[in-house]
Every structure is written in C-alpha cells, then in structure tokens.
Design a protein around this ligand. Structure first.
Ligand code: ATP
Length: 360
C-alpha cells in the first residue's frame, strides 16, 4: 500500500498538432515526494493527468512498479488525486465526500465508517463528519479533499496545485501538514506547482519543465546550486546571469572574460555536465545574490549602488558594475545601508560561480 514507483518512458502527448509534452523520461521512486515545477503551460498538468489515466500518451509507456499501466483507465489505477479546486460535492457532508470512493467500491458500512474516521484523523478533521462542505473554510475543504484521496489507500498520491486557493499563511501551514503526512505515510507523491518556494520546501526531487520538455531533474539543492541552463537558473530563485568568453582553463580553474575589462575566476568542478570546456567558447555564469560578499577577494569588482532595500534579514542591493546590473544580498549585521550612488566593493568567491552552456 501507498508505495509504488512511477516510470515515464518516452512520453509524448499531442493535442491535434499542438504539443502538450515531449519525450518525458523520469523514474519516481517509491515513497518519494516528487514535484513537477514550471511556468503556466509547460505541461505539468498534462503529465500528471497521464499518470492518473485521464489522458493517454500519444507515445511512450507508463509503469507503476513493473506493471505497464499505459492503457489502463483511471478507475483501475488506484490513484488518489487532489485538484486545485478540490472538486468536492458541496451539498454533501464531510463524511459523504470522504466515503464516496469507498461506496463506489461497494465496501460494507462498518468498513467505510472505520476508514473514513481514520482518514479524518490523518487530516485533523475529527468531529466534522456531519458538516456540509459549504460550511467549511477553504483550508478545511482542502483537508477533506486530501482525506478523500487518501481513504482509498492509493498506491500513488497526485496533487495538482492543491494550495493555490489558500491565503499565504494557511498555504504555509498546509504545506507543512501535507509534507508531514506524506513522510508519516511514506506515500509516493507527485506534486504539481508553479511556485518554486513550495517545490523547494517540500520535495525530495524536482523536475523543472518548460515548453513541454524536461529542463532538469534533481534535488532542490542540485537544482538551486547547479542549474543546468539559463532557464533553470532564472526560474529557481534569483540569479545573476552573465555572459562571457572562456579565456583560460587550468587544472582547477576557469577564467572567463565578461567584458568591461572584468574577468572572473571560478572552480572547474562547478560546471554543468553538458558544457564543453574550450578556450574561446561562450559561457553563461550564474551567480546567486547571497553568495556575493562585501570587500576584497580573488574576484573583486567595484560598483555603484542603484537601489537598496532593507528586508530585516538582509540588505538587498542592485549594483551597477560597468554596463551590467548585479543583484547582491548582504546578511544584515547591523552596519549602515548604502544609498544610491555610493560606491561598493564586492567579491565573488571562486566557489560561488556556476558555469553553464549558453544555449537554452
Ligand atoms: P498550468 O499551470 O497553467 O495549468 P501546465 O504546466 O499544467 O499549466 P498544461 O495544462 O499541461 O500546462 O499544458 C501544456 C500544453 O498543452 C499547453 O500548451 C496547453 O495549451 C496544451 N494543452 C493542455 N491541455 C490541452 C487540451 N485539452 N487541448 C489542447 N491543448 C492542450
């Protein structure tokens, strides 16, 4: 129960001539919290719907563990699903909503009662069984939807933007609750979101998608620290992306010229695997704002503050360096906030530069 793996093997979905997704290859481990992340229209929901059995792929196969389920209908897949709008029956009670999937399966009244009570306790809705859905808050409705998905003891839980209808505070609380429940049950969970914070906070691994294709699959740390391309570096967190030309390659270092008489020296190990290292080749440098320090070092640059913003935890600057603007985040240590026009000396540690291919 609760723990099948999912394999998508060369999945393509066409809607007439329009591409939904193309050549998706991924293995989701049993018990894993796996997220499809990307902007609107990138193919997250289409992929999830194929796993659920609501859409069938134009090409490729889907496996749950070793079983080929590609042609299996949705109601034969033992999937629990929570939709963005919850899709609850508004005039039925909490009990009737949660029990629905069990009644379809024609279980006895006693078994249904016991299972519904257990599911209610998973989501902390004990005592709410007689309430109508219309008498619940958004957060409570969300929990009914989750209980309804879990009550059938699914092999896989699919969640399609389940937090998007909640306000910011409730969204954070529910995020923690869903994650806790997932860890407790050990259920294989596939989560769809366009919110990178949500994805980073909850997931064991993330699949970043754009225009129907996979951009990168990895742990939140891998995706954040070692983005494969421009799209991933700019979609996940904030990044300074500079263009440059490789000037020198040594055993441990790469030196890149970014114009304006500026050269940056970084570590050779911080290269995306698809980057061909060659002197004279164009590359992209991804530099996270929080990695940049005030002061001197191997990659010192001098700039002028354009904008400063005090956030409490940090001071965020936009700094003009030559003809480029760089975002810098300095941890607040009580020192003065610089103003527009002030000059600032910055250093980018060698380990803080990530080199990427300039395509894509
Ligand atoms: P969102 O976050 O907005 O839901 P998404 O990443 O889930 O976006 P999908 O809904 O999977 O994206 O859509 C992927 C692509 O497939 C889009 O270009 C979309 O227009 C197209 N598409 C999705 N469903 C259909 C459909 N039923 N008919 C035609 N095209 C579709």
């Amino acid at each position: 129960m609760y723990m099948k793996s999912v394999t998508l093997d060369g999945i393509t979905k066409m809607f007439g001539n329009a591409k939904g997704v193309e050549d998706i290859n991924v293995h989701i481990n049993s018990g894993e919290f796996f997220t499809f992340l990307g902007p609107s229209g990138c193919g997250k929901t289409t992929t999830l719907r194929m796993i659920a059995g609501f859409y069938f792929p134009t090409e490729g196969e889907i496996y749950f563990d070793q079983e080929d389920v590609t042609a299996l209908k949705a109601n034969k897949r033992n999937i629990g699903m929570v939709f963005q709008n919850y899709a609850l029956f508004p005039h039925m009670t909490v009990f009737e909503n949660i029990a629905f999937g069990l009644q379809v399966r024609k279980l006895s009244k006693e078994v249904i009662k016991e299972k519904v009570q257990k599911a209610q306790s998973f989501v902390h809705l004990e005592g709410y069984e007689s309430r109508k859905i219309t008498e619940l808050s958004g957060g409570q409705q969300q929990r009914v939807a989750l209980a309804r998905a879990l009550v059938i003891e699914p092999d896989i839980l699919l969640l399609d933007e389940p937090l998007s209808n909640l306000d910011a505070k409730l969204r954070e609380e529910t995020r923690v609750e869903i994650k806790r429940l997932q860890v407790e049950l050990g259920i294989t969970t596939i989560y769809v979101t366009h919110d990178q914070h949500e994805a980073m906070a909850m997931s064991d691994r993330i699949m970043v998608m754009s225009q129907g294709e996979i951009q990168q699959i990895g742990t939140p740390q891998e995706i954040y620290n070692k983005p494969l391309n421009h799209f991933v570096a700019s979609f996940i967190g904030e990044s300074n992306i500079l263009e440059g030309e490789i000037k020198e390659i040594t055993d441990e270092h790469i030196v890149v010229d970014t114009g304006d008489n500026t050269q940056f020296k970084g570590l050779k190990e911080n290269c995306s695997p698809n980057l061909e290292l060659e002197e004279g080749k164009n590359v992209l440098l991804s530099i996270r704002p929080e990695i940049i320090e005030e002061g001197e070092g191997p990659n010192s640059i001098q700039g002028q503050v354009q904008l400063s913003e005090f956030s409490g935890v940090s001071i965020n600057y936009i700094v003009k360096v030559g003809n480029k603007e760089i975002n810098v985040m300095i941890v607040n240590s009580g020192s003065d906030v610089l103003k527009r026009g002030d000059s600032i000396k910055l250093n980018i540690p060698e380990s803080g530069i990530y080199f990427m291919d300039d395509r894509g």
